[in-house]
Design a protein around this ligand. Structure first.
Ligand code: AP5
Ligand code: MG
Length: 187
């Protein structure tokens, strides 16, 4: 079972990916989480990545792909990829990478939540946690990047049979049940 989960900032990708990973024994692969680890390490590369993330922009794909590709290959038929691809060139690249490595994607989930609700979620998280890119300014830029770069990815996948748009504006439990039922049907 290989899954891709996409959605705007704050749509619940990480929350749902973690639950699915536990439920179906999949490896949760998040580009954003890997980057935050690199930032924490405090290396010069980590500092540079930290600046880019804080601005709300995308980091160079080579940085992400060098980290996630080996993990994908180690977990070839048991992964959930959270938040990648982020733009069309990443989507095209990943298609080629999956074909080359005989990896089949069983589901592409797109969590849809109206933007005003997402902004409220992220501002709430900003008060509770300390994510450097949850400032008002960064959030604004993350949404601009989502509209300009990532929405075309949704359009690119939309006609595929494995693509499923999910109403992400429900409780965590309701969404998780929905996803579990969809995935469970094909097991
Ligand atoms: P990334 O870490 O992927 O961040 P994001 O897309 O901005 O999304 P978040 O992680 O903030 O939200 P989420 O959708 O995971 O939701 P969550 O479950 O946390 O990327 C960060 C940065 O890394 C990017 O800006 C970019 O710079 C870089 N990057 C990453 N991948 C890249 C790539 N491929 N190429 C280039 N650059 C890349 O939930 C959000 C909040 O809402 C939480 O507080 C949660 O508790 C709450 N919540 C969750 N579900 C619900 C619900 N159903 N109802 C109410 N609240 C909920
Ligand atoms: Mg996340």
């Amino acid at each position: 079972m290989n899954i891709i989960i996409l959605g705007a900032p704050g749509s619940g990708k990480g929350t749902q990916a973690e639950l699915i990973a536990k439920n179906f024994n999949l490896k949760h692969i998040s580009g954003g989480e890997s980057l935050r680890k690199e930032v924490e390490s405090g290396t010069p590369k980590g500092q540079l990545i930290g600046h880019i993330m804080q601005s709300g922009e995308l980091v160079p794909f080579a940085t992400i792909s060098s980290v996630i590709e080996p993990v994908i290959l180690e977990n070839k038929n048991n992964f959930i990829l959270d938040g990648t691809p982020r733009d069309l060139s990443q989507a095209e690249y990943l298609d080629a990478f999956f074909t080359e490595n005989k990896i089949v994607i069983d589901y592409i989930f797109y969590l849809y939540v109206p933007e005003e609700k997402l902004i409220a979620r992220l501002l709430k998280r900003a008060k509770l946690e300390n994510r450097a890119d949850d400032s008002e300014e960064s959030i604004k830029e993350r949404f601009t990047v989502f509209h300009n770069e990532t929405e075309p990815v949704i359009a690119y996948y939309k006609t595929r049979q494995v693509f499923k748009q999910i109403d992400g504006d429900r409780t965590v439990e309701d969404i998780a049940t929905d996803l579990r039922n969809i995935i469970g049907k094909t097991l």
